[in-house]
Write a new protein. Sequence first.
Length: 265
Amino acid sequence: MKKQLTLPIIAVIFYCFSYSNSYAWGLTGHRVVAEIADHHLSKKARKNIQKILGHETLAMTANWPDFIKSDPSFKYLDAWHYVNFKSGLTDKQLIQQLHQDTVANAYNKLTMLIEQLEQGKSLNQETKVMYLRLLIHLVGDIHQPMHTGRADDLGGNLLKCYWFNQATNLHRIWDEQLVDFQQLSYTEYTKAIDTASQKQCINWQSSSIEQWLFESYQVAESLYQNLQSGEKLSYRYNFDHVDTLNAQLLKGGIRLAGLLNKIFG
């Protein structure tokens, strides 16, 4: 396993990759998803996860797959963070694409990670740590709508706009700027939105990964339709979309907990 990155290096990496097509939710968003999941772990799952991660919490390990992008040996992981779709797909068409597409993407690699971790006895400790970190991160990624965006604009990276008069793009707004606008730490944010009922948890956790992706895709489609290139966004955009933002973070956390309980519980 690569030597842990120091905080100054982490800060530089965060800045350099903030516009990347494969960077989702930013630091806070990924930690919110992971912290919510942590609150819904079974005792057995928590114990088995601690055997792998030690004292490293889910929230603190959630951003590892973005931090290691400074290491060229991990370049092959870039395509694992997203799935691109063309506009106008039905749920059946989207699922068909997922099942037929053999290139590296978030869906193919997430299903691989789940399968490998379920058969964990054959994995060495270093691989278990890496695979668990990736799984935690990718579940967050696929709930960021623009990680199911279009290939021709790099998941909204090429759709330029303004956020409070600052030049940005649709992808970055959903990666970090909407989350950061709430001005909450990841623990405060978790406490504010971790209010799902037992029925909601059961429904969200029982749906398939394909369905998770289709839900994110539907959100992405609406975001594309309601934004013009060069548009100036501010308070109204937050008002219109904060509920969707919070729902995606919450669903990601609840579903991540369901996966971890299934694998390690």
